[in-house]
Design a binder for this molecule. Structure first.
Ligand code: GTP
Ligand code: MG
Length: 662
């Protein structure tokens, strides 16, 4: 267990810790000279059960409040120190507010300097303390009267703290290892050392770690846990880590040392945030604030996701978890994970205004107030990760990025949480998605409905290409998921493909009788062996009809795979294309590449046309252009028949501008 002191400047925190542990935590010359604490102090005390009790002694002066917050993060137990002569003072309140906003719900009060007051004064201050803690999770803190310099009253307090520590459940915060760095320094002959509190997971000597948010890699050379050499570090302990290959200035207070799989750097966090009384008047969406999270302290802005705080000013909840949904937009990246506690202070850094819990460290910049987004945030507040996951999957039409979820919530085995669930897993290209079966069916239905609508509105079209169907029905879906969805739709026969065209089974476009007659006349002019067929203009003149009619008929024929469109108004017979492809392949075999000049010579075409044909081959993926050379793609080079299949996809890519040829 780790105990953190709290309380107003000069109320006797450091003196009390020294009396309890024998350690003087005011070690800096400046602390000695001024008689106040400036830096965090640490002391350790062996317990009868063989474990070690850790103390973090914080400075009370309001100027050092950021230091106090960085020390209070990760503690289990608050030791509130109130001097009987002064009574409750501003930082008594503020420190206690910070403790409860950080979720510390166990504590005790030391009423110090009892030697300086009479019994009536003691009783009065006890009354102030009771009023202060009333209605909070710390309302039942026992109060111990002490005089640290003489040791009076210390025994019952020490006994209480030791019993609390031994009774405390061993923290079981699972997940990847995370330590919030509050100090870093160099030791001669040893190297860079960081100290901090382990928020989750475990670590062993030799393990690889990463500094978050910077992402620098390192390895653990040695560990001190609760001030003793150790081969492991675990959640709930204060530890010092000797890190290999890391310059001292590469890591400092506010950084995290994490398992490589837990690396996060974020500047945008969605959170549940509780405002302290009166803070509602000072905070608006866009207000500049100081944010303290872990041991980090950064500037940022707050934005309210639900109501602006004015609406809640009368009914400020006294306990965390009942406040506002907010987004924190930070000026610098920090490491933050779901469930992490944070403190919000005003722009001047003079006043603590609020505190809360991280819901999503990967918050979106846009659409942060939509119903869909709120459903996601509600799911993230729904208890254990497994429950959250189930809720998220039920809500998310596009499924869930499991890697992101596991990272944000620091879950070791996200797949274990899924095992029993009805989900569709899509794992390709480094992505790992899950979609609830019901949502997957809904996506398939949407594909079907879109095609139905399209066929109804455009009965003369063979179908829609993949890109267009995505735009029509699945704008927000990730490309990987969309590809998996189409694979499924095609494999199950719900959707059919004719070349690049997706259509419903049973949909067929036959040219009208008139168009068929026109095509017959036109197609007879596109000879199988003709590398230089007539243009649409000539075909139309010969057929005695309009250019646009001929063009439209040929386009539809191209969609059916009966001709190939090489440039806008120039269509080729499939056999001519096969023959041209063969020539290209011959060049590739002979010269290891296809150059425009050689292709011109081997086909007898003019330079311009030769280039147009090569660009056509590039577009359909038969050739691959590298500067001014073209190479036959390996996968098609082996299979002379493949060109026919590839050719059908030309209409899919005709919209993309062909590159200019050098
Ligand atoms: N008479 C009396 N003096 C005390 C007692 N406890 C502490 N003091 C004195 O009060 C002064 C401040 O004590 P510290 O322990 O430094 O107070 P602190 O809370 O750590 O102060 P900061 O860390 O600066 O916030 C010192 O001169 C102590 O000797 C007590 O029980 N009785
Ligand atoms: Mg002190």
């Amino acid at each position: 267990m780790i105990i953190g002191t709290a309380g107003h400047v000069d109320h006797g925190k450091t003196t009390l810790v020294r009396a309890l542990t024998g350690v003087d935590t005011d070690r800096l010359p400046e602390e000695k000279a001024r008689g106040i604490s400036i830096a965090l102090g640490y002391a350790y005390c062996p317990l009868p059960d063989g474990t070690t009790l850790g103390y973090v002694d914080v400075p009370g002066h309001e100027r050092f409040l950021p230091t106090m917050v960085s020390g209070a993060t990760g503690i289990d137990f608050a030791l509130l120190v109130v001097a009987a002569d002064d009574g409750v003072m501003p930082q008594t309140r503020e420190h206690l507010d910070i403790m409860r906003l950080l979720g510390v719900h166990r504590g005790a009060v030391a009423l110090t300097k009892i030697d300086a007051v009479d019994g009536a004064r003691r009783a009065a201050v006890r009354g102030e303390i009771a009023a202060l803690a009333a209605g909070t999770a710390l309302h039942d803190m026992p109060v111990f009267d002490v005089c640290a310099p003489t040791g009076a009253g210390l025994a019952p307090l020490r006994e209480h703290l030791e019993r609390a520590a031994m009774a405390a459940a061993r923290p079981t915060r699972g997940g990847h290892f995370r330590l919030a760095v509050d100090r870093s320094f160099t030791l001669g002959g040893i190297g860079t050392v960081v100290t901090g509190t382990v928020h989750s997971g475990q670590l062993a000597v030799g393990d690889a770690v990463v500094v978050a948010p910077a992402g620098l890699a390192s390895r653990v050379r040695s560990i001190h846990a609760q001030d003793r050499p150790s081969s492991v570090a675990a959640a709930g302990q204060r530890c010092a880590l000797n890190l290999a290959g890391l310059a001292r200035d590469a890591v400092g207070r506010g950084d995290w040392i994490v398992a490589p799989a837990a690396q996060i750097a974020t500047t945008r966090i969605d959170a549940r945030c509780t405002l302290l009384p009166g803070a509602g008047r000072l905070l608006r969406s866009g207000s500049a604030v100081h944010v303290h999270l872990g041991a980090a302290h950064v500037l940022g802005r707050i934005a309210f996701i639900d109501a602006e705080p004015a609406a809640t000013v009368g009914a400020v909840p006294r306990e965390p978890d009942a406040g506002n949904l907010v987004q924190l937009i930070l000026q610098q990246a920090i490491g933050a994970w779901q469930g992490d506690r944070f403190i919000v202070r005003d722009a001047a850094g003079a006043r603590t205004l609020a505190g809360g819990r991280v819901l999503d460290p990967f918050a979106p910049a846009r659409n942060r107030r939509t119903g869909e987004r709120r459903a996601v945030l509600a799911a993230l507040e729904a208890g254990e990760p497994a429950t959250q996951l189930a809720r998220l999957l039920a809500h998310a039409p596009g499924g869930l990025d499991l890697r992101r979820f596991a990272l944000a919530s620091n879950v070791l085995d996200v797949h274990g949480l899924l095992a029993e669930r009805e989900v569709r897993r899509i794992r390709t290209g480094g992505e790992d998605h899950a979609v609830a079966q019901a949502q997957w069916q809904a996506l398939l239905d949407a594909a079907q409905r879109s095609l139905q609508g399209f066929h109804r509105d455009q009965p003369d079209e063979p179908g829609v290409d993949r890109t267009r169907l995505k735009r029509m029905a699945f704008g927000g879906l990730s490309p990987v998921l969309y590809a998996a969805l189409l694979d499924d739709a095609l494999a199950s026969g719900r959707v059919r493909a004719a070349g690049p065209w997706l259509h419903l089974p049973g949909h067929r476009v036959a040219p009208s009788g008139e168009e068929q007659a026109l095509l017959q006349r036109v197609l007879s002019r596109l000879a199988p062996g003709d590398f230089d067929p007539p243009w649409v203009r000539e075909l139309a003149a010969q057929a005695g009809t309009g250019e646009s009619l001929v063009r439209a008929a040929l386009l539809r024929a191209a969609q059916r795979g009966e001709v190939y469109q090489v440039v806008r108004d120039l269509f080729y017979h499939p056999q001519a294309i096969d023959e041209l492809a063969l020539r290209a392949r011959q060049l590739q075999a002979k010269e290891g590449e296809v150059r425009a000049a050689a292709f011109r010579d081997i086909t007898g075409l003019g330079r311009k046309r030769a280039i147009q044909v090569l660009e056509f081959f590039d577009r359909i993926g038969f050739l691959r252009r590298i500067q001014d050379r073209h190479l036959v793609r390996a996968d098609t080079a082996l299979d002379p028949g493949a060109i026919a299949g590839l050719g059908r996809s030309i209409t899919r890519v005709q919209g993309s501008a062909p590159g200019s040829h050098g």
